[in-house]
Design a protein around this ligand. Structure first.
Ligand code: PLP
Length: 394
């Protein structure tokens, strides 16, 4: 694209000067017909790549039947997707919405209402972690606690206490008789692919149980197969009381979900929460089609295999170019290159070379390809990364 971006758009985004016309698998094609390898997946969202035949078929079929009715009526696709998520997780209940922030918002409301219904309305505060990201609504920017997201939006929503990510002692000492629960990402995504470690997750569960708090994992980025299991916390064998999902759940179609145990979710009685679009037939058709593929034989094993291959290749490159990349971290197909040079220099160089990767906090460039990625595409992408690093090192 060479024209100026439309001035009719609110100026909150600063897009790269490229527009994509179509996609196929892990590839995107821009309006000039140029091919890009997509190692960003629309920020970890196009989990099955672009134009996956199963998703195209499911959405096309549903589009010809029914788009929207609202939750005033039963929605069979919504009941089906909820039952399948429940059958494959710790959860007993699912609430559907349209985005990650809304999924988190529902979870925050559950944490407060659970304590209120238990006769402890004073327990309304939620402990969150520095470097965390939970969305852009007023409550979720307060939960994330990052100055750059809060700037100009005062007064900040009350009720969040931040502690260092990964530090259980600090977390313990932040608990008061006003604490309702703990909200954490199992791996911080936007914060720079910072893994928490299995011991930390076990510790969180113990602390939550000891103090009667609800444990809330935000798996908007890490969930839906991204780490090689359906949910990242399953690697640790720890279960939360509440979990938020979005991104990969619809394979690119907007859908979010808040999952909970029976004890936590049963406080959300009729009238306590809702969403006009949540659970709509199109989103549910997309979600069910995504699950059909992800729950298929060998899907997660392939994500694990491709994740290990990508990590190995990225590590070799980091070792060859220590002046460019100092660390490779993450799990499965959620990997971060911790850069020595400004991360945007690497992201820009790779973009020019036809490889899309996504910046994150802590000077990281994210490698988050579609989960259907193959070895040939990983080889090609890592060839481009190696070359870009060599050029940047000069
Ligand atoms: N939670 C996490 C962990 C995320 O990574 C994000 C988005 O990046 C969100 C919540 C917010 O999701 P959305 O942008 O769909 O509102």
């Amino acid at each position: 694209m060479t024209s100026e971006p439309s001035s009719a758009l609110m100026p909150n985004y600063a897009p790269a000067d490229v527009a994509f016309e179509r996609g196929e698998g892990a590839c995107l094609y821009d309006t000039d017909g140029r091919r890009y390898l997509d190692f960003g997946s629309g920020i970890a969202t196009a989990s099955l790549g672009h134009a996956h035949p199963a998703l195209v078929a499911a959405l096309s079929e549903q589009a010809g039947k029914l788009w929207h009715v609202s939750n005033l009526y039963r929605i069979p696709g919504e009941e089906k997707l909820a039952e399948r998520l429940v059958a494959n997780s710790f959860a007993d209940f699912v609430f559907f919405c349209n985005s990650g922030a809304e999924a988190v918002e529902c979870g925050l409301k559950i944490l407060r209402r659970y304590q209120a219904q238990a006769g402890k309305p004073e327990r309304h505060r939620i402990i969150t972690c520095e470097g965390g990201f939970h969305g852009r609504t007023l409550a979720t920017i307060a939960a994330g606690g990052q100055e750059k997201h809060l700037d100009g939006f005062a007064p900040t929503v009350e009720g969040f206490d931040q502690v260092s990510f990964g530090n259980l002692n600090e977390l313990r000492s932040a608990i008061t008789d006003q604490t309702a629960g703990i909200l954490v990402e199992t791996i911080q995504g936007e914060g720079g692919i910072r893994p928490s470690g299995e011991d930390y997750l076990h510790g969180l569960r113990e602390v939550a149980d000891e103090y009667g708090l609800l444990l809330f994992f935000d798996e908007v980025q890490t969930g839906m197969g991204r780490t090689g299991k359906l949910f990242a916390h399953q690697w640790a064998g720890v279960t939360p009381d509440v979990m938020s999902l979005a991104k990969g759940l619809g394979g690119g179609f907007p859908v979010g979900a808040c999952l909970s145990t029976e004890a936590a979710g049963s406080v959300m009685t009729p009238g306590t929460h809702g969403s006009t679009f949540g659970g709509n037939p199109l989103a549910m058709a997309a979600g069910n089609a995504v699950l059909d593929v992800m729950l298929g034989d060998g899907f997660m094993e392939n994500v694990q295999r491709m994740g290990a291959l990508l990590e190995d290749r990225a590590r070799e490159i980091a070792e060859r170019h220590p002046g460019i990349i100092e660390d490779v971290r993450g799990a499965g197909l959620l990997l971060g290159l911790k850069c020595v040079i400004p991360n945007m220099d690497l992201v820009g160089k790779l973009h020019d070379a036809g490889l899309l990767v996504i910046p994150a906090g802590d000077n990281v460039a994210r490698l988050i390809p579609p989960l259907i990625i193959g070895q040939a595409e990983i080889d090609e992408a890592m060839g481009l990364l190696d070359e870009a690093c060599a050029q940047l090192a000069q």
